[in-house]
Design a protein around this ligand. Structure first.
Ligand code: HEM
Length: 411
């Protein structure tokens, strides 16, 4: 099936197409991007399942592109923020895929929910939920960490932020999974299923929207969006698009980092001993985890004029893909970059949250959830042992895990 084959070299031009799902499903992408950074860091691929595109692979070049949002547009009207062009059947505009000035007003509405003081208010509840969940896990009995821990904690968090009906919270994870699923682009059956699931989301949020609108302003994020100047007059599709952004942002990425923690500690066990000996390393360990995992492999921009990146001529309307996974392994910035090292001095320089005006608005909340998870595991002297290789998501966008069977032991 097209788009699902291994990484391919274009027969005539020699161009490298890095979009094959297997490259990510099999975890082989680091070697391919190392080659691009070395041989052709701003690389044009003339044909691919997703059409022609540029791969920008170096840390410095990606920061350069993100610092020029007028020249490199995020707008959904140009096709959006992923290598997969907007699906014409599901137009859900969201502010991550808008340029100034629309982007600014909507981001301002949402960002107070993630301010340091808002997070201080959340911290005790996150700790209580995390502690209760860890204490409920079976000891010496196999279970899926993705389902029991990563998905559960992140859906609980988002349900709290939205004041979403608690008993339905797993719907948030289902919607996030389908929203970010690129396989739907290659299979008509999956595409129909995805449309049905996303329509269910639109209907569900539509009902909540009416309820919250009639109830008047409440402290939850959904209510604040509904009653804000920037968002109260949005069309239902736009409102749902922005909610979908928070659903994907709030669950998928943090969830994959929580599983990445288990995978990284298994592959680089010397870090376990370091963390057990010094819990003060937790903050740096979380930055390093997010660098090493890079839960979103890329974001995409579209050039609005002819310009240059790294000496290459980029034409107006060209698709420019910013490979964060590659930037975070760039040897010009990170020594021995494939290693997970909780003592890495410059781990915070990672680009996993992006850079510039669209830099992740939920970054601090994601970090807080991860600090607390790691601290509570260390407080319990909990060791998590994977029972096999993780089942990875075969996608050039979400870099994460479908399943990771583990057992836990306590010393
Ligand atoms: C934007 C990554 C967690 C909400 C982004 C972007 C990235 C990203 C790469 C785009 C940046 C750019 O274009 O420059 C991540 C990662 C996370 C995470 C790696 C976890 C480890 C969260 C959480 C939330 C969230 C927990 C909310 C609950 C958003 C929103 C935007 C965004 C609303 C759009 C910002 C804008 O366009 O101004 N995130 N994210 N993210 N993220 Fe996150």
């Amino acid at each position: 099936m097209r788009g699902l084959a291994a990484a391919t070299t274009h027969p005539e031009s020699g161009a490298l197409d890095v979009t094959a799902n297997d490259l990510y499903g099999e975890g082989r992408w680091p070697e391919v991007f190392a080659r691009l950074r070395r041989d052709d860091p701003v690389h044009f691929c003339p044909t691919s399942f997703y059409g022609p595109y540029w791969s920008v692979t170096r840390h410095a070049d990606i920061a350069h592109v993100e610092a020029l949002p007028q020249l490199f547009s995020s707008s959904w009207t140009h096709g959006g923020i992923t290598i997969l062009h907007n699906d014409p059947d599901i137009q859900l505009p969201m502010f991550i895929a808008m340029d100034r000035p629309e982007h600014t007003a909507m981001r301002r509405t949402v960002s107070p929910a993630f301010s340091p003081s808002a997070l201080t208010d959340h911290a005790a509840a996150i700790r209580a939920r995390t502690a209760a969940l860890l204490d409920s896990l079976p000891v010496d009995e196999p279970f899926d960490w993705v389902d029991r821990v990563s998905t559960e904690l992140t859906t609980q968090m988002l349900a709290t932020l939205f004041d979403f009906p608690w008993e339905d919270r797993r719907l948030l994870a289902t919607w996030a999974n389908w929203a970010g699923d690129f396989r739907a682009a290659v299979s008509p059956a999956l595409r129909r299923k995805r449309q049905r699931v996303l329509q269910q989301m639109v209907d569900y949020f539509g009902r909540l929207w009416m309820e919250r609108r009639d109830k008047g302003l409440a402290p939850d994020l959904l209510s604040r969006m509904i009653h804000s100047d920037a968002m109260s007059n949005l069309r239902p599709q736009e409102f749902c698009g922005n909610l979908m952004l928070l659903v994907i942002g709030g669950t998928d990425t943090t969830r994959n980092s929580m599983t990445g923690l288990v995978v990284a500690l298994e592959q680089f066990p010397e870090n376990r001993a370091l963390l057990e000996a010094d819990h003060g390393l937790v903050v740096n360990a979380v930055s390093e985890l997010i660098r090493w995992q890079t839960p979103l492999s890329h974001m995409r921009r579209t050039a609005t004029e002819d310009t240059e990146i790294g000496g290459k001529l980029i034409r107006k309307d060209d698709k420019v893909v910013l490979w964060y996974n590659s930037a975070n392994r760039d040897e010009a910035v990170f020594t021995d970059a494939d290693r997970f090292d909780v003592t890495r001095a410059n781990a915070r320089r990672h680009l996993a949250f992006g850079f510039g005006i669209h830099r992740c608005v939920g970054a601090r909340l994601a970090e807080l959830q991860l600090y607390i998870l790691l601290e509570e595991m260390l407080n319990r002297e909990m060791r998590v042992t994977p029972l096999h290789e993780p089942m990875r998501i075969p996608s050039p966008f979400a870099n994460g895990y479908r399943k990771q069977m583990v057992t836990i032991t306590r010393s």
